[in-house]
Design a protein around this ligand. Structure first.
Ligand SMILES: NC(=O)c1ccc[n+]([C@@H]2O[C@H](COP(=O)([O-])OP(=O)(O)OC[C@H]3O[C@@H](n4cnc5c(N)ncnc54)[C@H](OP(=O)(O)O)[C@@H]3O)[C@@H](O)[C@H]2O)c1
Length: 251
């Protein structure tokens, strides 16, 4: 038991989670804190009081890093304010829904900017310190739409396919230097991101009926995978996209 606890312990590590205020980012941040990590909570705005208080309840430290990721070019300079980060979770993301024939270029580019460009630039900025120290964990948040086409979300699908590719590309270059890069592909999770789907009775029934587990996921369902990929238990796991989807892809 002690060995297993040690294997998954994040004591002494600092984890940066983007988009930590709500949904999956909040749940992952709290899971990493419960496993022993101190947290750097990223938010678009400085409204992280609730999640910061929850982190402190676990006995861990919490600090904040505020940046709007819709202008990814600002990332290299803003990331210079960060101290050493042992675990980076690239979670922040947006979705814009409109049929491909009408999908505006602004929406397409906007989604690519937050969901892919920002992920590359932050991984590069934070990864530099990991490479210099010879250790680190980067966890991308991919999607079922890293594997499938989806409906009415061409920019999101393009970005999430890109995230899976970037995960493998960084993993290949950084594995020999002690940095593991992997991704979690959540299935259909009840968060703000999926509010419109859940509000549409036809789409809601289609989706629920196809999930072998028989229910939508909750953000907390991602906790175990996040702790695994952040801990030394995954030291020989590189470039993997781990589906946590109630069996959606298996169907
Ligand atoms: N829910 C699902 O079923 C599902 C499935 C697969 C993948 N995902 C992925 O999981 C991740 C988290 O999504 P979620 O479902 O937890 O939805 P969410 O509750 O909407 O969380 C999205 C987070 O990203 C942050 N964010 C968005 N735009 C930003 C920007 N320009 N600058 C900085 N932060 C920004 C949001 O900050 P604010 O709070 O300030 O808006 C929020 O914290 C996303 O990458 C999403 O694509 C979700």
């Amino acid at each position: 038991m002690a060995a297993a606890e040690g294997m998954f312990s994040l004591a002494g590590r600092t984890a940066l989670v983007t988009g930590a205020r709500t949904g999956i980012g909040r749940a992952v941040a709290l899971a990493l804190a419960a496993a022993g990590a101190d947290l750097v909570l990223h938010g678009r705005d400085d409204d992280l009081d609730e999640v910061e208080a929850e982190v402190r309840k676990t006995g861990r430290q919490a600090s904040r890093w505020i940046l709007d990721l819709s202008d990814p070019a600002r990332i290299p300079e803003a990331a210079a304010q960060l101290g050493p980060v042992d675990v980076l979770v690239n979670n922040a993301g947006i979705i814009r829904r409109a049929p491909a024939a009408e999908h505006s270029y602004a929406d397409f580019r906007g989604v690519l900017g937050v969901n892919l460009d920002a992920v590359f630039l932050l991984s590069q900025a934070v990864g530099a310190g990991m490479l210099a120290r010879g250790s680190g964990k980067i966890i991308m948040i991919a999607s079922m739409l890293s594997f499938q086409g989806g409906v009415n979300v061409p920019g999101y699908t393009a970005a999430k396919h890109g995230v899976a590719g970037l995960t493998r590309a960084l993993a290949c270059e950084w594995a020999p230097k002690g940095v593991q890069v992997n991704a979690i592909a959540p299935g259909y999770i009840a968060t703000a991101n999926t509010e419109r789907l859940r509000a549409d009775p036809v789409r809601e029934a289609e989706i629920s009926g196809r999930i072998p587990a028989g229910r939508w996921g909750e953000p907390e369902d991602l906790a175990g995978a996040a702790v695994f990929l952040a801990s030394r238990a995954s030291d020989y796991v590189n470039g993997h996209v781990l589906a946590v989807d109630g069996g959606w892809l298996a169907r």
